[in-house]
Design a protein around this ligand. Structure first.
Ligand code: HEM
Length: 417
């Protein structure tokens, strides 16, 4: 009896402390945060060994700076807060021009996914682990601390959003605000809770490996992505710059980057590196400017036989690039994620496809018809069993046969007189 009372009491205290940790996620200096500095002080509250260990881990990790704040386990993000945060991200983009680094942040959180590992979070992916110092220190993530600093105030404002969701929301919003396609996103990603759940270093691609195409395939196939998706996603380099003091790649500054906007410097892949378009593919193909960057992995897209098919297509056709990019980006943003609810949260209802209205007979191709005119035309078509949604069939063969038949009848009639 005494022991079950003890268990009930300790689980209540455990729940209460989890609540106060949860509220502290939005304010590191919250007075409600209970500070558990040692396992022995927890023991006096009647916690089990496992409970003590998990609380001490959280407490000691949060003392290492803002990037180690614990998030509530298995908590879905709140849709209204996600929408408000999206507006805040738009404002942040307008004032700091940080589109590229937010895209890189989302990609580097998701890109650690390993499809061969089933367990979450060991499989890596979009789980917010990139907020922890240990992962930010991976060489591939050089400079991303700046992205985290930029969005941390938004995280602090919205306690009902996970880091995993915020990273992906920021990335998709940056693409859209830079003029890119609408990304079919869903949210509700659960956060990992401690730095011990970060993936090991070395899962992201290198820019200058000995055999770039093989390396890209090795890394992206491990994520479950294919050649088309590798090429489409590489097109994100239409945004941003590389900085020698971060990745080691690129020039210190160029004529396109020396004046910013945002922090000046670095070498961009495109002239207008804050605009999302297909110029990345056009510029690599043309190799037209020493001041524009082409990493060995970028060059591989036009050298490898299979990649080249897509790279050529995207250089020619921006619409296809946008369509393929949007699909690949959404897939990337979901890699390895655990969703709560399992089906995820969709923020924007899909827009209804515009009414199909071909009406070939009336169409001049120059002017949109009024609704009342469309109704009249539809009625006219339907009266003869047709539809304005399909062009009128033109059966040339039948017309020619009728014409020849009429000619033959006329000739035989004339001949008989
Ligand atoms: C294909 C393999 C890839 C390699 C080897 C690669 C490598 C790099 C490197 C070296 C940088 C420069 C970082 C710096 O110095 O600050 C960079 C920047 C960037 N990467 Fe990638 N990347 C790859 C794929 C991707 C993908 C899939 C995306 C997004 C979907 C992406 C988005 C970006 C963006 C937007 C930047 C610019 C960041 C900024 O301006 O701060 N990259 N990448």
């Amino acid at each position: 009896m005494a022991s079950s009372l003890g268990t009930a009491a300790s689980s209540r205290i455990f729940a209460a402390s989890r609540l106060s940790l949860r509220s502290s996620a939005s304010s590191a200096a919250s007075p409600s945060l209970i500070s558990f500095s040692s396992s022995s002080s927890l023991k006096s509250f009647g916690f089990s060994r496992l409970q003590r260990r998990s609380l001490v881990n959280v407490s000691s990790s949060s003392s290492r700076g803002f990037s180690t704040v614990a998030s509530p386990k298995c908590a879905a993000s709140d849709p209204d807060q996600l929408k408000s945060a999206r507006e805040d991200i738009k404002e942040l983009l307008k004032s700091t021009f940080c589109h590229p680094i937010l895209v890189r942040l989302g990609w580097h959180d998701a890109g650690t996914y390993n499809k061969n590992i089933e367990e979450w979070p060991q499989r890596g992916g979009a789980n917010g682990s990139l907020r922890f110092e240990v992962e930010l220190k991976h060489a591939a993530n050089a400079g991303l601390i700046n992205a985290l600093k930029l969005i941390q105030p938004i995280k602090d404002k919205y306690s009902g959003i996970t880091y995993a969701d915020l990273f992906q929301l920021a990335s998709a919003t940056a693409i859209e605000e830079a003029g890119g396609p609408k990304i079919p996103m869903k949210y509700g990603r659960v956060d990992v809770s401690g730095p011990n759940e970060c993936p090991e270093e070395g899962r992201l691609p290198a820019a200058g490996p000995p055999s770039p195409a093989d390396h890209l395939r090795e890394v992206f196939y491990r994520m479950g992505l294919n050649d088309k998706e590798i090429v489409a996603l590489s097109g994100a380099h239409t945004l941003g710059r590389s900085r020698p003091d971060r990745s080691g790649w690129g020039k210190r500054e160029t004529k396109y980057t020396k004046d910013g906007p945002g922090a000046p410097g670095g070498q961009s892949w495109t002239v207008q590196w804050l605009k999302f378009d297909n110029l990345y593919f056009k510029d690599i193909k043309a190799k037209r400017d020493e001041d524009l960057l082409v990493l060995p992995t970028d060059a591989a897209l036009f050298e490898d036989h299979s990649f080249k098919v897509y790279a050529e297509k995207y250089a020619e056709d921006q619409e296809t690039f946008f369509k393929d990019y949007a699909e690949a980006h959404a897939k990337l943003s979901n890699l390895g994620a655990k969703f709560d609810p399992p089906e995820g949260i969709v923020l924007d209802a899909p827009t209804a496809a515009p009414e199909k209205f071909v009406a070939a007979k009336y169409s001049t191709g120059k002017r949109e018809l009024s609704d009342s005119m469309k109704q009249k035309i539809r009625a006219e078509y339907e009266a003869i069993g047709g539809s304005p949604d399909r062009p009128l069939p033109t059966n040339y063969f039948l017309n020619i046969m009728i014409f020849i038949g009429v000619l033959a009848i006329l000739t035989s009639l004339l001949g008989s007189y």
